[in-house]
Design a protein around this ligand. Structure first.
Ligand SMILES: Nc1ncnc2c1ncn2[C@@H]1O[C@H](COP(=O)(O)OP(=O)(O)OP(=O)(O)O)[C@@H](O)[C@H]1O
Ligand SMILES: [Mg+2]
Length: 314
């Protein structure tokens, strides 16, 4: 549904987007993660046809993004910018009605359309609120409702959860999943990393204009996690357990916290059973041995630290 090939926008001095190639299938939720200035908004603007690439191409539903197809692209895509204005002295209904008119939705269909989008975004009760009186969470919901007015197949949301409190974030996440369930393909950018893991089928990590990792959360995590992190909880004699672990081939970085031993295991996965046997033979009562899951935040830090130099540029 979204495809790019070597998509690039050079702003000079290495800034912008460099050679982005990716594919996002219909019905997926794609999380685009990157630090400030990484190139997320640039990518989004290129996909919506709001910026011209300096190289490469992009397609939405097999339609190439470019001046020739811009009207069709606008019909296919619903774009919610990271910052958007609302109009003073307008009710939510008037605001949405105004955008219905901009999308050439006939007046007789607008009432149903507005009610539908408000229902999808859980904002039906806001119909008569003044738009300039909305809280940040309400504002984002109305922004999303506006993005849905022309029933686009693809939703591109730039930082939709930014500035939201935990309740509003959960609400936004549920809305995004509801939209996926009715068949939308969704791309969203975010800084709030753990937020994305639970909702995205695919993630891309970008820094300094380059895509550093792309795939399912599990794929990306596996790529980064060369070694297993194990934790062993023992009933008795943690010191003996530490000694056994330290002596085991392929075990590195052993640390003890209470009766829990944490270790990095670089030997083949099949030999974890041998470590358990050694512990039992040494008289250690093993309560639990488990692999610690690396989370998306750790993956992000691990991937991006390779190109971070600590010098921020505008
Ligand atoms: N119109 C422009 N002219 C010149 N440079 C630009 C322009 N737009 C963006 N840039 C530069 O391109 C780089 C990527 O910017 P972009 O806005 O895409 O980052 P981002 O990942 O969306 O960051 P943030 O998380 O802060 O929103 C930055 O270095 C930025 O300064
Ligand atoms: Mg941005």
């Amino acid at each position: 549904m979204i495809r790019t090939e070597n998509l690039s926008r050079d702003f000079g001095g290495g800034r912008g987007l460099q050679g982005l190639t990716l594919e996002i299938p219909q019905g997926a939720i794609f999380g685009y993660i990157g630090p400030n200035g990484a190139g997320k908004t640039t990518t989004i603007k290129l996909l919506c046809g709001l910026l011209r690439p300096t190289a490469g191409r992009a397609w939405i539903n097999n339609l190439e993004v470019g001046p020739k197809n811009l009207n069709q692209i606008k019909r296919l895509v619903g774009y919610m910018p990271d910052m958007f204005g609302v109009y003073d002295q307008m009710s939510v209904w008037e605001y949405l009605d105004f955008f219905c008119a901009a999308y050439h939705i006939p007046a007789k269909h607008r009432d149903v359309r507005i009610k539908t989008v408000l229902q999808l975004t859980n904002a039906t009760h806001m119909l008569d609120y003044q738009v300039n009186s909305l809280s940040r969470g309400m504002h984002q919901r109305i922004g999303l409702a506006k993005t849905l007015l022309h029933d686009p197949q693809v939703l591109i949301l730039d930082e939709p959860a930014s500035g939201l409190d935990p309740y509003a974030r959960i609400e936004m996440r549920q809305t995004i999943m509801r939209l996926r369930d009715i068949g939308k393909t969704i791309m969203l950018s975010s800084h709030i990393l753990p937020e994305l893991a639970s909702v995205c089928d695919r993630v891309g990590i970008i820094e300094k204009g380059r895509l550093l990792a792309f795939g399912t959360v599990a794929d990306v995590t596996r790529k980064v996690q060369e070694n297993m992190e194990l934790s062993v909880t023992v009933d008795s004699d943690p010191a003996a357990a530490v000694t056994v672990c330290q002596a085991f081939p392929g075990v590195q970085k052993v640390s003890l916290s209470g009766n829990e031993i944490h270790l990095t295991f670089t030997a083949p996965r099949s030999t974890v059973a041998d470590l358990t046997r050694k512990l039992v033979e040494a008289g250690v009562r093993v309560q639990e041995l488990k692999e610690e899951q690396v989370n998306l935040e750790q993956v992000f830090l691990s991937v991006t630290s390779q190109v971070r130099d600590g010098k921020e540029k505008p």
